[in-house]
Design a protein around this ligand. Structure first.
Ligand code: SF4
Length: 130
């Protein structure tokens, strides 16, 4: 209402995205001693219904060197995708073997609770209807 009244801005397609505690957000939270409580908040709102919709299940993130990650957050946190032998992967390796099945499993970390809390979160907004 405020934005409409003062700036004539009306939302007709609103994306809601959780602030994952990585990068500058993590630094910001740590400086204010809020990092642990924010993580606990996300964890306490874990919703298993979000799991099948997580963007890391059907998307990849590639850095400028061709290294493969399960998502942009993992790229930001330098947590690369790995094969079953624990070796990191590149686009050229994926092309060489002709399959994404060489990726052993999605690499996860505590910040994944940001994608799985409540209605979930992704680059396309919430994962579930509220
Ligand atoms: S942060 Fe974790 S849950 Fe979210 S997309 Fe990346 S790997 Fe998946």
């Amino acid at each position: 209402m405020f934005l409409q009244e003062h700036f004539n801005i009306v939302f007709n397609n609103l994306f809601t995205i959780t602030n994952l505690p990585v990068g500058r957000t993590k630094i910001h939270l740590e400086r204010r001693k809020l990092y642990s409580s924010y993580l606990q908040f996300l964890e306490s709102h874990f919703n298993s219904s979000t799991l099948e919709h997580l963007m890391c299940r059907d998307q990849l993130s590639i850095d400028y060197l061709g290294n493969v990650y399960d998502c942009d957050f993992n790229q930001m946190m330098n947590l690369p995708a790995k094969n079953r032998n624990g070796k990191t992967l590149t686009v050229s390796k994926l092309v060489e073997v002709g399959s994404l099945d060489v990726i052993s499993e999605i690499q996860t970390a505590a910040y994944c609770y940001g994608c799985t809390a409540g209605c979930g979160s992704s680059c396309g907004g919430a994962l579930l209807e509220s």
